[in-house]
Structure formats: C-alpha cells, structure tokens
Design a binder for this molecule. Structure first.
Ligand code: HEM
Length: 469
C-alpha cells in the first residue's frame, strides 16, 4: 500500500468521488421544484440534450413533449435550463409578458460578445437609454413609409443592375453567384451606395460561418478567421463611418449620432456596435432570397405565376400589392425559417398563464416550426405550396412566425419582405431562368437550424441557365 502522502494512496477514492460529483451535477440540473414543469432527463451534465436538439429540433421537441406527457417542459441545453412551451396557444400571453419579468435585453447583451463588444459597450448599448433609443430608432427608420421606400429603392436598384448584367452569362451556380448580390443589395440599402463593405460578402460569410458557436457563448478568440473578418468589417465602418456627412440610410446616421454623441461609445467600439445591424440586415435575407428562388424554379406553376406577376408590374412596383410573391415568400419562410424566441426569467416565482412556475435565471423558449409544421393548421405541411396564402389562405399567413414576436419582433420585417420581392422582381424581369438539373442537390444546413432562416449546406449548389428576355 502506498504511504498516505503519496497521491496513489488516494487513488481508490477518486472513482466514488467522481461518481458523487456527477450525481450531484445531474441532481442540480434535473431538480424540479413544486409547480415547475417536468425536466427532460439527460445523462450529460452541462451539455444536456444540446446534441440531440441540434440534430433535429422539431423532432426532438415533439418527442420530449410526448415522453413527458406535457406541453411545457424544461430541457438542459449547453448549460442553460430552457423551458419550452410547445403549445402555440401559450405563446401570445408569453410574448406579451412584461420585459421586466421575461427579459430580452440580457439575451441581446449576451449576443453582443459575439460581435466583439466589450462589457462597457454592452452596458451602454443594450440597457437603459441605449436600449430604449436603439429600439425606438428601429421602429421609426425601419417602418415609416418614406424610409422604407428609400431603402427598398436602393436595394432594388442594385439588384436590377446586377441581375441585368447576368442576362447573357453562361450557366452559373445559383447560390454562389446570387448570395453576394443579395448581400450587396442589403448593404447598399443600409450604408451609402458604394461603401467598401458592399463588395465584401467574403467578410460577412467568414464571420457568419462561426456565428452559431459564437452566439452559443464560445469566445471570439477561439475563431481566428471569424475574428479577423469581424475586425475587417469594423475597420471598414471606421474608415467610412455612417456619420452626418455620409449618404447612408437615415437609420445608420441616427445610430452613429446616438453611439458617438449621446452614448459616447469610444472608438473603435462604436464601429463594432454597427456590425450587429449590418449582420442582421443580411443574415436572413440572403438565404430567404435563395430559397424563394430555388422553390419557385423547381415548381413550374410557381415559376409561371411569379414570372407573370413580376413582368406585369411597373418599373417601381407596389410591393404591397403583389399577392403571388407574398404567398411564395411566406410559404418559403414557413418551411425554411426556424428562429427560436428566447427570454430570460428575471426572478423566480412567476406563474405563467399556462399555470407553470418559472425559475429565476432559466430561459423560456418558443419554437415557431412547431406551428409551421402543424398539420392541423397547414395541410400537408412538409410540402412547399406556392399558392397556400392566396385567396382564402391569405388569413393563414398570420400563423407564420419567421420574425419572432413580442419585444424582439424583427424590426426589419417590412424591409426584408420588400427586399425579397424586389429580388424576385429583378430576376424575373431581367431574365428567363431555368434550373440545369435538380434543386434537390441544395440541402439545408442542419447545423444552423434554430438560428433564423435556414442556410444552404456549405458547398451545395445548382446550375442555372439564363436568357435575356
Ligand atoms: C427574412 C429576413 C429576416 C428574418 C426572417 C428575420 C428574423 C428575425 C428574428 C426572428 C428576430 C428576433 C430574434 C430574437 O428574438 O432573438 C430578428 C431580430 C432583428 N432583426 Fe430581423 N429578420 C430578417 C431581416 C432583417 C432585416 C433586413 C433587418 C434590418 C435591416 C433586420 C433587423 C433585425 C434587428 C435589428 C433585430 C434585433 C431586434 C431587437 O434587438 O429587438 N432583420 N429578426
């Protein structure tokens, strides 16, 4: 037997101690207090059910609800106890709950680290006056008709000129060629036309690639390529700032004035503070345009209806009066958007309308695909039907929730819908376009499901043939 001062002496105690530690961790993770929802068991401390959730969130949530016999249940996901409400009937009261009870500002602030924001910047930007003002600016500059029209016109003009240039090209890969064009259109709308960031889809893509892990809390320093791209984006915003002399959108000018003059966010952090809106303006719109076009091209009746509506529209279309495009886009977002809406429970003891008690510090989550793929709401929900929201179906569109809801309801939704319509118009007005082969080779990137509009799996693409009209 080794002497007591030797580490070997204690070796036999290690396994039972480890076992005890493991049991305590599991107990802490799964403890259910009276009134709280059931907790889904996972043998993995900290990580919990993150891997099975990540593989197929919809199937996972349906199975968890069935296994626990409850529509409200708690799941451990990467260290976060997250209470899912799987019955959409519970969502409206939750989304209306005061942000002092179910907080979103702390969730935004956590995301701020993914954009290289320092704690002092996050404090000024997401809480108090900074938080209130940025939201008031979104509401004003992304909703008022004159600002919306200006931004849409700038995006549309870039889309039309870029797509007209493609009119006589040989067959090209749709995803690889059109994604940078949509990205540039979003940047032209937000920043001044010709801003150096407009041509840097490569930077956006290099940063966005690591976004799922960054937003889950992994430090930026672990992703040198994403950090380099983020720093380069901030440098370009620093070199050509959205200041008073710039011809950028009114939104960007107002943000610059707020960050620099009123919140006194120092350089270079005030440039980093603009990156989240730059990212938000492109991250969902780019894949939404790509999916809308792919689905349209692979359904001949959709192709004909979309082409007819676009070609019959005037040079400056009234995007609010294009029912076919609206139906095609809402159907695409129904099938391909999967954003989770998350809130943080401010303090324990809150009992929801569904009668469950929430624990302070836990997260509450809603997953819109539970609604989007509900056969009682949408007939044959797995099928993409371009005319689902036409005629009588129009009122069903309110059941589609690609833009979240409540305090974090996407402020860019009006602009996004117009921009996607402008994209389809630009394509179908410029060219006759046809898939070479099947769109089946373009699959969704399952690793990103849950983070907005689904992305195309890296490397997947399909050739298209275009002919000038
Ligand atoms: C198809 C396109 C789009 C989709 C599906 C989409 C979806 C969403 C969703 C689901 C959220 C809420 C996130 C959450 O609850 O955590 C959100 C937030 C946001 N979106 Fe969008 N979005 C789109 C386009 C845009 C565009 C074009 C802009 C800006 C020009 C934009 C700006 C924002 C901003 C600033 C927020 C944060 C709001 C806040 O802090 O409360 N989005 N978006």
């Amino acid at each position: 037997m080794p002497p007591p001062f030797s580490p070997l002496f204690y070796l036999p105690y290690f396994p039972p101690l480890l076992l005890l530690f493991y049991a305590l961790l599991l107990l802490r993770q799964h403890r259910r207090l009276p009134g709280e929802p059931p907790v889904l068991f996972s043998p993995l401390p900290f990580l919990g059910s993150a891997l099975s959730f990540g593989k197929d969130p919809l199937a996972f949530l349906r199975a968890a609800s069935a296994a626990l016999g409850a529509s409200v249940f708690t799941v451990v996901l990467a260290g976060e106890r997250t209470t899912f409400f799987s019955d959409p009937a519970d969502w409206p009261p939750l989304l209306r709950t005061s942000p002092a009870v179910l907080r979103f500002d702390t969730i935004s602030a956590d995301t701020g680290a993914a954009f290289g924001l320092l704690p002092a910047t996050k404090e000024r930007l997401f809480y108090g006056e900074g938080g209130r003002e940025t939201h008031a600016q979104f509401a004003k500059f992304l909703s008022q008709p004159e600002h919306l029209s200006e931004m849409t016109a700038r995006a549309a003009s870039h889309l039309s000129s870029s797509l007209a240039e493609l009119a006589n090209s040989p067959p090209f890969p749709l995803v690889a060629i059109l994604s940078p064009i949509v990205y540039a259109a979003s940047m032209h709308a937000l920043l001044e036309p010709g801003h150096p960031l407009c041509a840097r889809y490569d930077l956006f893509a290099a940063y966005d690639k690591s976004f799922p892990l960054l937003v889950a809390g992994a430090p930026l320093a672990f992703f040198p390529a994403a950090k380099k791209a983020l720093d380069a984006m901030a440098s370009l915003l620093l070199a050509s700032p959205a200041g008073p002399a710039s011809a950028c959108s009114a939104l960007m000018r107002a943000r610059y004035e707020l960050f620099v003059d009123r919140l006194s966010i120092p350089l270079p952090q005030n440039a980093y503070s603009q990156v989240p809106i730059v990212w938000a303006a492109a991250a969902n719109t780019v894949p939404a345009c790509i999916w809308a076009l792919l689905y349209t091209l692979s359904h001949p009746s959709a192709h004909d209806a979309v082409a007819a509506e676009c070609r019959a529209s005037p040079a400056e279309p009234d995007y609010d009066a294009m029912p076919v495009l609206h139906s095609v886009i809402m159907e695409t977002l129904r099938v391909e958007s999967s954003s989770i809406t998350v809130r943080r429970v401010a303090a324990g003891g809150h009992v929801t309308k569904a009668g469950v008690q929430l624990r302070g510090g836990d997260r509450v989550a809603l997953f819109p695909p539970l609604k989007h793929f509900d056969p009682e709401l949408f007939e044959e929900p797995e099928e993409w039907r371009w005319d689902r929201f036409l005629g009588e179906g129009e009122k069903l569109a309110k059941e589609v929730m690609p833009f979240g809801g409540g305090v974090s309801y996407c402020p860019g939704r009006h602009f996004a819908l117009r921009e996607i319509k402008a994209f389809l118009c630009a394509v179908f007005k410029a060219v006759d376009v046809e898939l070479v082969g099947s769109a089946g080779g373009v699959r969704r990137d399952e690793a990103r499901v849950g983070l907005g509009v689904n992305q195309v799996r890296p490397g997947d693409d399909v050739l298209v043939k275009v002919k000038a009209l």
